[in-house]
Design a protein around this ligand. Structure first.
Ligand code: ADP
Length: 799
């Protein structure tokens, strides 16, 4: 019983019981047995929804009760605020909670006063690099979804971050929460932790495959679900769940599909099933919810979502605005939305259980693989694990779909009877090590090559590998790269080679840049500065060390010829155009050039180049060649040229945004969701800010280049043309309102302080509250709209 647990803050046990935790679930009891409330480190590898969060809470609360401080590491930013809200219920018991989302400066000191801090692994890594003092005070760290150390992109950060935290605080209690994976024992060995491993679930899960007229379950049972001729298999299964009443209500479904587009079209299709099964009350509430969804943003996605939701069906994917996501999740938990069609991101953490999970797609397009690739067993198991709502459903059902008997067999073999894969460290990949070696040296975790290697010995990679030479070899390649680019100084005199981060190396580490991004940006801003000599020195060197690992190209392609120089028709013309437009010795720096520069760094996840795009962007590439910073690869360098064009596509999206192109138009033009635009814009803003710092700190960059970078960044930040920068900087104005004000003759912040209020109100479509707030933020003495004659504002609003 929770109230009989000792070592927790007063009242916590009772509060848990009041929440409905009458007794601990078996894996929780095993965790307590293993000492989780006594400061013992623990790896809990148990299925989704079997109460891992409570294990973490017991560890953190008992640690705090002993006078300590806890850190909870989440895998996704979207989960940080969810977890924070969840933990805030302990504030009644004197436990304070904070979430680290903003930049380091804004929340560094405040976080030091919190008992529990929630952050992503990237955030924690950044806080360590920036020397957040409270890191030393931690007594307990929780790593949620630790099996993601397997992820090639983000896993290494988690791995190195945990290694650093444990090095700074030797007695640190480490609690790692994992899905059931093939080798949880290795994770436990790495973290010197007790292992609690279990298949127990609070509610029975039946998994099966639907084929023909029935679901065959793995336990040998069968459920008849006949599909009529011409009827859709998914729709039939969703309908079947809704028509089967358990506690007086039909069951909801979660449908997993393999792309955003499929999630949207599936949701639309399933409205036929859900709509006819709604009560009048539900229909009313859903209509209100749809309005709320439309209110979040006026995009097509918003409109499509609202239309589907009004009929009881929704879609959910990473391209949605976060407000949209939480509205959908809440309404699904409240049983108002009957069915969600989702991409697998939903399976990764958000707590949205359903009676029935339908895994419609078990393959997904994979560019590296060059076709449709089967999902991992772990991923499928996590989706299935979302089935069954404790306290609401008698059992959960997870159903995979087959069109023929062979596929049915394959699905059983491949997924339902299979164990999940073991997790494997991805740290020895060069891009990951490049970043982490620099950070490790810059933040003083290692000052010699030997020290660096012994630090890396505390990682999962070292626990897993037998080949010790490999890590050392990659580390040396990375050190060469960092040395050549002037980020690390190496001194080979004496015993062990000593390593020190240079000034610029420190800056790069603190800015949280991939060193290769920094090198690219430094080369770029130098290439347009007066002193051409600097380019030759570092420009080529920087490129040269990119190796085959990165993009399949041979090393040494720093010395390619510029397109247009090899005398092909058309290209020559483009080159001539470029030359006639600007002075060749100091080319003009345009926003597109800068957007392209940041888009081609490894820190920007560039847009995917569709087959039809190649021609369009090749043309654009030659048309605007003069604007690019650095040399354009030749068309014969297939892979590099393709990459260059993909960056150009990304850069043009950013340019469209800065040219006030409508959000809807952008989503259409690039085949992305509004959430993706936000993502690209945020990343570009961050990278341009970093580029500005670098441009100021390194030698050989002209002052007007620094200014150009700043302007390009501001235009991205507000999504406006130059003339609106001043207005758009006023809080609550935004890109659309700024344009309308400007067109009404109110062109600057100063104008706002003087302007005729009726004009302002008219430009703001008669919204008095908004107008007042904007005038107030612009520094107007009398922002009130009370003195505006109603007839005047009404007529202004009507235009
Ligand atoms: P996981 O993190 O393992 O996916 P959660 O921690 O989100 O699972 O738990 C799933 C649900 O079970 C939550 O709603 C939680 O409140 C509830 N729960 C956890 N432990 C218990 C318990 N011992 N008794 C009753 N409900 C519990």
């Amino acid at each position: 019983q929770p109230s009989s647990l000792s070592g927790l803050p007063a009242g916590v046990g009772e509060a848990l019981e009041a929440e409905g935790v009458a007794e601990l679930y078996p894996p929780q009891a095993a965790a307590v047995e293993a000492g989780v409330v006594d400061g013992e480190s623990l790896v809990a590898a148990v299925p989704t929804a079997s109460g891992k969060t409570l294990i973490a809470e017991l560890a953190m609360l008992s640690s705090i009760e002993r006078g300590g401080k806890a850190l909870y590491i989440v895998p996704l930013r979207a989960l940080a605020s969810e977890k924070k809200t969840e933990f805030e219920r302990w504030e009644d018991h004197g436990v304070t909670v904070g979430v680290s989302t903003g930049n380091y400066e804004s929340d560094g000191e405040w976080l030091a006063t919190r008992d529990v801090i929630v952050a992503t692994s990237e955030k924690v890594d950044s806080l360590i690099r920036n020397g957040a003092p409270w890191i030393d005070d931690l007594t307990c760290v929780v790593s949620d979804e630790v099996h993601l150390v397997d992820d090639p992109n983000r896993g290494p950060t988690l791995e190195v971050t945990l290694a650093k935290l444990r090095k700074v605080n030797p007695g640190l209690q480490t609690v790692a929460l994992s899905a059931t994976v093939g080798n949880a024992n290795v994770i436990a060995e790495w973290l010197d932790a007790e292992l609690v491993e279990s298949d127990w679930r609070p509610i029975d899960l039946r998994t099966g495959v639907h084929f023909g007229n029935a679901i065959d379950f793995a336990d040998g049972s069968k459920r008849e679900v006949p599909v009529e001729r011409g009827e859709d298999q998914t729709a039939r299964l969703v309908a079947d769940a809704l028509d089967t009443e358990e506690d007086g209500q039909g069951g909801s479904s979660l449908v997993f599909v393999n792309s955003r587009r499929n999630a949207e079209s599936s949701a639309r299709k399933l409205t036929d099933v859900t709509d006819s099964r709604l009560t009048d009350d539900e229909r009313d509430s859903l209509r209100e919810l749809a309005e709320e969804i439309r209110g979040v943003s006026d995009t097509d996605t918003s409109e499509d979502l609202a239309d589907a939701v009004a009929q009881g069906s929704a879609f959910h994917h990473a391209g949605l605005a976060s407000e949209h996501r939480s509205l959908v999740e809440d309404a699904f938990r409240d049983r108002l939305i009957k069915c969600i069609s989702a991409t697998p991101t939903l399976a990764a953490g958000v707590n949205t259980p359903a009676r029935r999970v339908i895994v419609r797609d078990w393959r997904r397009y994979d560019g590296d693989f060059g076709g449709m690739k089967p999902l991992d067993v772990l991923e499928i198991h996590q989706m299935c694990g979302r089935a069954g709502r404790p306290g609401l459903d008698p059992y959960g059902e997870a159903v995979l779909l087959a069109n023929d008997a062979d596929t049915k067999e394959e699905l059983f073999e491949r997924y339902l009877w299979a164990d999940p894969e073991p997790v494997r460290s991805k740290l020895a990949a060069e891009p990951a090590l490049r970043t982490h070696v620099l950070a490790t040296v810059a933040s003083g975790f290692a000052s010699t090559r030997d020290g660096l290697l012994s630090f890396l010995d505390n990682t999962l990679y070292a626990t897993q590998t037998d080949d010790e030479g490999r890590l050392a070899a990659v580390t040396d390649t990375v050190l060469d790269y960092l040395g050549v680019n002037g980020f690390v100084e190496r001194d080979r005199d004496g015993g062990s080679e000593s390593l020190t981060a240079t000034g610029i190396g420190h800056t790069v580490s603190r800015l949280y840049l991939d060193p290769m991004s920094a090198a690219e940006m430094i080369d770029g801003v130098r290439s347009v500065s007066g002193d051409g000599g600097a380019l030759d020195e570092t420009g080529d060197a920087g490129e040269f060390v990119r190796t085959a690992d990165e993009n399949g190209d041979e090393p040494g392609f720093g010395t390619y010829t510029r397109a247009g120089e090899d005398g092909e028709e058309g290209e020559t013309e483009a080159a001539a155009d470029g030359a006639s437009e600007g002075d060749a010795s100091s080319p003009e720096v345009t926003p597109l050039g800068l957007y392209h520069l940041v888009s081609r760094t490894p820190d920007m996840y560039e847009l995917y180049l569709k087959s039809g795009d190649r021609e369009e962007y090749t043309e654009l590439c030659y048309e605007r060649e003069a604007e690019f910073l650095g040399d354009v690869p030749s068309e014969y360098e297939d892979v590099r040229f393709e990459d260059w064009l993909a960056s150009l596509k990304t850069a043009r999206l950013l340019e469209d945004w800065a040219n006030e192109v409508d959000e809807d138009r952008i989503t259409e033009r690039y085949g992305v969701g509004p959430g993706d635009i936000r993502g690209k814009v945020d990343t570009a803003e961050w990278l341009l800010r970093a580029a500005e710092t670098l441009a100021r700190d390194v030698e050989g960059v002209d002052g007007d280049v620094v200014v150009a970078v700043r302007e390009a960044r501001k235009r991205i930040e507000y999504g406006v043309r130059e003339e609106l920068l001043d207005l758009a900087g006023v809080r609550n104005v935004g890109r659309k309102r700024a344009r309308r004000l400007y067109e009404a003759g109110v062109e600057t912040r100063a104008d706002l302080r003087e302007a005729d209020k009726a004009v302002v109100l008219g430009a703001l479509r008669g919204r008095e509250r908004t107008a007042e707030r904007i005038l107030e933020h612009a520094g107007r003495e009398d922002p009130s709209m009370d003195d505006v004659r109603p007839d005047k504002s009404a007529s202004a609003a009507a235009t």
